[in-house]
Design a protein around this ligand. Structure first.
Ligand code: CTP
Length: 440
């Protein structure tokens, strides 16, 4: 999810880097917009280093890209912490004299404010009126905590602790109050607009097999050709499926053991041949097969049984590659009636076409029921970073698009699988052959 984190100039700003870190660890992309006064407490380099995004305070800094409008339109959630009495007053009055307050006037997504100030300021009629007005307009203004303030004084006015703010964010997301972008295209999902809640056991009775990670192709016993896949997307899919009631097998290609989720059967593999064997072994009993692994397209034509040695003449051994079989295509070919096969495609886009164009061509080529097309680059797709995904059907038509953390993308994928199974049930029932339940 794209979050704007506004920071105004109160001493509580010193706690906000912890909040920023937690948001990033949960997979959110966070842009920090401090006020000039906030930078007196925590400097721009701290915000930039922790958010990996630039930090500016004035609308004139990003005048060429009209940042206050661009950032406001892209935001899916705004958090202002701490929100000082001054910030609350400016927001309530609609004053736009810096980047943060100007952006607050352009956002249409939910806004969560965490006030922090001295008790007298919090209790002043002006602040009370500003808070009431903001709440009336739908801004989620938290009550400050009661406790120690800047000095020895205590009372209401303390900013809630970062973990309490994280809980408030989670509650807000769970309430489903975030913007529904369904009018913008074929359908958009994020963690709060998931149509099938994770608490719904809508995958109960389904056996799903998911490949994850990246395969390795050995040149000799110690060297291999590999790729950058961390396996996190496949793990998120496995975790979400298990939570939604499925019986899950995770075919894990070279995944760090500490990342493996509980409650799923794990089959560890290394090479493409092993991964193909594991998927085909599982396929006859599976209702859903997901190929989320990054499979090596090529392997060395021969692998040395012993370690390849350097020679004194400096001649480098030739590396001849042969193509690996396409596991997804073979699963599609062997698909039994009613079985759903899902593929993933990581694309960068190039001179020959955009991410989506390459994705469409691949959807037609592979024939999977659903193909999740990921835009990958230096800051998207690999590792613990936010993801964006277009879900295409076998004709290359976009079914839905989603973005956010890998958990959000996993939810989008499972929602689409559930919808597909329900549509098929309906079609069968319409044709007089069904009982209304997914073919399981
Ligand atoms: N895949 C597979 N077997 C392969 C290569 C890929 O099953 N030998 C699967 C991946 O797990 C993924 C989908 O095919 O679900 C698309 O993978 P990708 O690497 O994007 O596609 P390729 O067919 O390898 O095409 P290219 O690399 O040329 O874009």
């Amino acid at each position: 999810m794209r979050i704007l984190l506004g920071v105004s100039g109160g001493i509580a700003a010193y706690k906000v880097p912890v909040l920023l870190r937690s948001l990033r660890e949960d997979g959110h992309a966070v842009r920090v917009i401090p006020t000039r006064a906030a930078l007196q407490f925590v400097g721009a380099p701290t915000w930039e280093a922790l958010s990996a995004e630039p930090v500016t305070t004035s609308v004139f800094d990003g005048a060429d890209t009209v940042d206050h409008v661009r950032l406001g339109r892209a935001a899916e959630l705004v958090i202002v912490a701490p929100a000082t009495a001054d910030l609350l007053a400016r927001a309530a009055a609609g004053i736009a004299d810096d980047l943060l307050t100007a952006t607050l006037l352009t956002v249409t997504c939910p806004v969560l404010m965490a006030p922090a100030m001295h008790t007298e300021m919090w209790q002043h009629p002006a602040t009370r009126a500003n808070v009431a007005l903001l709440r009336e307009r739908g801004v989620h203004v938290l009550d400050p905590a009661v406790g120690r303030l800047t000095g020895a004084d205590t009372g209401p006015g303390r900013m809630p602790e970062p973990e309490d703010l994280m809980r408030a964010v989670t509650t807000l997301l769970a309430e489903g109050t975030l913007r529904d972008d369904s009018a913008d295209g074929p359908g958009q999902h994020d963690s709060a607009t998931q149509q099938n809640s994770e608490t719904e056991q809508d995958l109960t009775g389904l056996r799903v097999t998911i490949s994850a990670g990246g395969t390795r192709e050995y040149l000799d016993p110690v060297r291999f050709l590999g790729n950058r896949s961390s396996g996190r997307q496949g793990i998120a899919l496995a975790r979400a499926a298990a939570r939604r009631g499925a019986d899950v097998e995770l075919v894990a290609a070279n995944i760090d053991a500490s990342l493996l989720p509980d409650g799923v059967h794990v089959s560890a593999v290394e090479t493409t041949a092993e991964l193909a064997e594991a998927m085909h072994r599982s396929a006859p009993d599976a209702h859903v097969l997901v190929m989320a692994a990054a499979v090596a397209d090529f392997r060395p034509a021969t692998a040395n049984a012993t370690k390849t040695k350097k020679t004194d003449d400096g001649v480098v051994p030739p590396l001849e590659l042969v193509q690996n079989p396409d596991i997804l295509a073979s699963l599609v070919q062997d698909r039994r009636p009613g079985q759903v096969v899902v593929g993933f495609a990581a694309e960068t886009g190039d001179a020959h076409g955009s991410v989506l164009e390459h994705g469409r061509a691949k959807a037609l080529r592979k024939g999977a029921d659903l193909l999740a097309v990921n835009a990958v680059g230096t800051d998207q797709g690999f590792g613990d970073v936010p993801n964006a995904v277009h879900l295409l059907d076998a004709d290359g038509t976009e079914v839905v698009q989603g973005s956010g953390s890998k958990d959000d993308v996993a939810a989008v994928v499972w929602d689409a699988v559930v919808n597909l199974l329900r549509d098929r049930d309906r079609d069968r029932a319409g044709a007089g052959g069904g009982d209304g339940s997914a073919q399981r």
